[in-house]
Design a protein around this ligand. Structure first.
Ligand SMILES: CC(C)(COP(=O)(O)OP(=O)(O)OC[C@H]1O[C@@H](n2cnc3c(N)ncnc32)[C@H](O)[C@@H]1OP(=O)(O)O)[C@@H](O)C(=O)NCCC(=O)NCCS
Length: 367
């Protein structure tokens, strides 16, 4: 059975920074309160021309570059997001088109802030079963589009961004080991986006009552998160045959510094074994774990051979953890030219669209 290795990584965040002081001009809040209660200093906000798919595709392209893998070699794209561009088509398909990943299947996965862990686990299972050799896992969000900027209890928390990993098959031992995935739908109303789905389709009422914005019971989510993080981390390590003391670093979902601190205490680990970057990005939901990982790898904190546990929780309620021995790019003599590939992907997409228009003219739109 092949092993599933993380061989490429990339991140993409909007340039626009919204600081706590900026927020204090929009709602009744202040920098001291936000820092003390959450640990967040600033977050990134997508520009008008940036979307969930453009951020995701940018992160994916960087991950492919690190792995030295051509988009044509990707068998499957799993895009984890709670802020898809449409209910359908899947954002994964929009990214597939932007990358020109011509042979890839593509689908979205919704497990909120636990989504990247679920997606990585699914990628590893596809590789271990032999059904895929190269999988792109992307976590991407534009939460700022769903935040009520008048609600100080939620708007201080969230930010936009994307992260991506390339997962590849190899006979070398290592990579993604055991994991756990959990859910408890009885807590679904603790954190939700009430309207826009089939239960409450968009209407004047849903718009006027703010049902298209994120709603959250902060205290309930806080209690839930502090209960599950440490246990899930230990369960993932145990499922991989690792003793707790073998864990080199934990990459937790970046929601709140106090939640991460509680998890570290539950694990009897010093806080410096936790990778933390929420001060600069806020809670980017499913993008937070890859964003934190990419920065830690690029900063030299995560090295090949390190034993890591990714652990997250979120709406659903969902939670999960995954044990990973860090790898890095697989050796190859090939050098892919992703810039050229990207231009080719754009032309191919335009060509296909024109082809459809011509087909429509020739055969009639209804044929
Ligand atoms: C959001 C969170 C920081 C709020 O902390 P809390 O202890 O629950 O705070 P409360 O909402 O009870 O508010 C405490 C006080 O601060 C005030 N307050 C709330 N938001 C504020 C803000 N942004 N700025 C200043 N004051 C604020 C409240 O009005 C309240 O004031 P009062 O005591 O005079 O009534 C915390 O609940 C949390 O982090 N929960 C988890 C959320 C999360 O991680 N969600 C994503 C999951 S993926």
């Amino acid at each position: 059975m092949p092993y599933a290795h993380i061989t490429g990584w990339g991140m993409s965040v909007p340039a626009h920074v919204l600081t706590n002081d900026d927020l204090s001009k929009m709602v009744d809040t202040n920098d001291a309160w936000i820092r003390e209660m959450t640990g967040i200093r600033e977050r990134r906000i997508a520009a008008e021309n940036e979307t969930t798919s453009t951020l995701g595709a940018d992160a994916a392209l960087k991950a492919l570059t690190v792995a030295n893998v051509s988009p044509d070699d990707v068998d499957l794209i799993i895009c984890s997001t709670s802020t898809p561009e449409y209910l359908f088509p899947a954002t994964a398909c929009l990214i597939q088109d932007q990358l020109g990943a011509s042979k890839a299947g593509a689908f979205d996965l919704l497990a909120a802030c636990s989504g990247f862990i679920y997606g990585l686990n699914m990628a590893a299972q596809a590789i271990k079963s032999g059904s895929a050799k190269t999988v792109l896992v992307i976590g991407t969000e534009t939460l700022s589009r769903f935040v009520d900027w008048k609600d100080r209890s939620t708007c201080i928390l969230f930010g936009d961004g994307a992260g991506a990993f390339v997962v590849q098959a190899s006979e070398q031992p290592g990579g993604i080991f055991g994991g756990v995935m959990h859910s408890d739908g009885s807590g679904g109303d603790s954190l939700l986006l009430p309207a826009g789905g089939s239960k409450h389709p968009a209407s004047d009422l849903t718009v006027h009552t703010g049902m298209h914005f994120i709603r959250m019971n902060g205290k309930e989510v806080f209690r839930f998160a502090t209960r599950v993080m440490a246990k899930a981390t230990l369960d993932a390590a145990e499922a991989s045959g690792w003793k707790p003391e073998e864990i080199d670093l934990v990459v937790p979902h970046q929601a709140n510094l106090r939640i991460i601190d509680a998890a570290a205490r539950g694990l009897k680990m010093p806080l410096d074994k936790m990778i933390i970057n929420l001060d600069r990005y806020g809670n980017t939901s499913t993008a937070s774990i890859p964003l934190a990982t990419v920065e830690a790898v690029e900063g030299g904190r995560i090295k090949p051979g390190d034993k890591l546990v990714f652990v997250g929780f979120g709406a659903g309620l969902t939670w999960g953890a995954l044990a990973v021995q860090w790898t890095g790019p697989l050796p190859t003599d090939r050098k892919v030219n992703l810039k050229q590939n990207y231009l080719w992907a754009r032309s191919r997409s335009i060509y296909r669209r024109i082809g459809r228009i011509i087909e429509g003219i020739l055969w009639g739109r209804n044929a």
